[in-house]
Design a protein around this ligand. Sequence first.
Ligand code: NDP
Length: 390
Amino acid sequence: MRKISILGATGSIGQNTVDLIDRDPTAYDVVALTGGANINKLAEDARRLNADVAVTAYEDRLPDLRAALAGSNVEAAAGPKALAEAAARSADWVMSAIVGAAGLEPGLEVLKQGATLALANKETLVCAGALVLETAKANNARLLPVDSEHSAVFQALVGENMDAVERIIITASGGAFRDWPLSDLAKATVEQASSHPNWNMGQRITIDSASMFNKALELIETKEFFGVSQKQIEVLVHPESIVHALVGFNDGGVMAHMGAPDMRHAIGYALHWPDRRDLPVPRLDLAKLGQLRFNEPDEARYPALRLARNVMERGGLSGAVFNAAKERALDRFIAREIGFLQMADIVEAVLDRFGASDGLIDAPLTLDNVVRTDHLARTWVDDFVIQRAG
Ligand code: NDP
């Protein structure tokens, strides 16, 4: 039996992973499941899958989790430290599906124990790419991509030589506001930004898709994961979300990966890698679809892409700054304190302030520095929000 853990088990990716495990329960020995506020779901899955431990990220929810697990053999724990400890428990395969920078430290713990980390949490590579890759290498651990675009690139590269890769193209649906006039975007509401045309995902990544901050993070993730330069990575808007990524080679050939927009494909690929197994995802009917459209993203509509390219050029801690500023600006947008377009304005202002901060720009990429810079960038967002409101 394979020992597995799911970090962020109660979320969209976590539940899709649980769905696959539920279909073949005798194949897996579940070590740890973690969640946040959704205690009932966490306890229900931990009981059914007979996990060793269930952890909520919130310390004050420990009594609720204990009560929900009463009478079972599942241990209950809470708080970021318990989360990192659960990630460090010996396992063969661990799904990293916590949302945001909170996924970084548990992910590093998984790599330190030499397990395979199936990486949905793109923030891990955005905030600390070189550190994560070094940790994996030093501990003989494996990283497998779960983001659909990166899984697609990974699959297109099977048997290929990276020296022959000229470019990587990741696609973007264009999100909720793809067809809106630019002039209306300033008035976009949280509800409007929270509905995705093709994918069913958590609220934060859905809003990030509308602003293309999600694609911006994926640009950085591509650079870190596949070791290419930012100039080799392109973005194409592809409204049908059928082609997830393409790899162009030096002989002019291009390998495209296609599939229905269902995350269980990428999760299942990472779960069964290097094999392919039957997965419960819809099969493509291209004749029925009729056409696939592609066009270049409009940078005026999606400034996040330009910001991500600057971050890739700058390197170091700028990925952590970018992500933290984006997360905090998103919190403020969800709290209805700033408008949709102000998110990118504020993230740019934070990056500028970071660029002008002596001592930070060249600081080494350690976990302590990432955590410190992350906090600082969030307070800068708050400063800008207060300034703009005043
Ligand atoms: P969700 O918001 O649906 O789920 C997030 C998970 O993280 C939940 O289990 C949540 O717990 C938990 N969580 C929330 N805050 C914290 C915290 N501070 N510390 C620890 N755990 C926390 O997110 P998604 O599943 O949509 O996304 C997860 C990750 O996967 C993100 O990095 C996203 O970018 C990436 N991803 C998602 C895709 C998708 O289709 N959804 C596609 C590709 C990548 P609870 O819900 O109990 O509060």
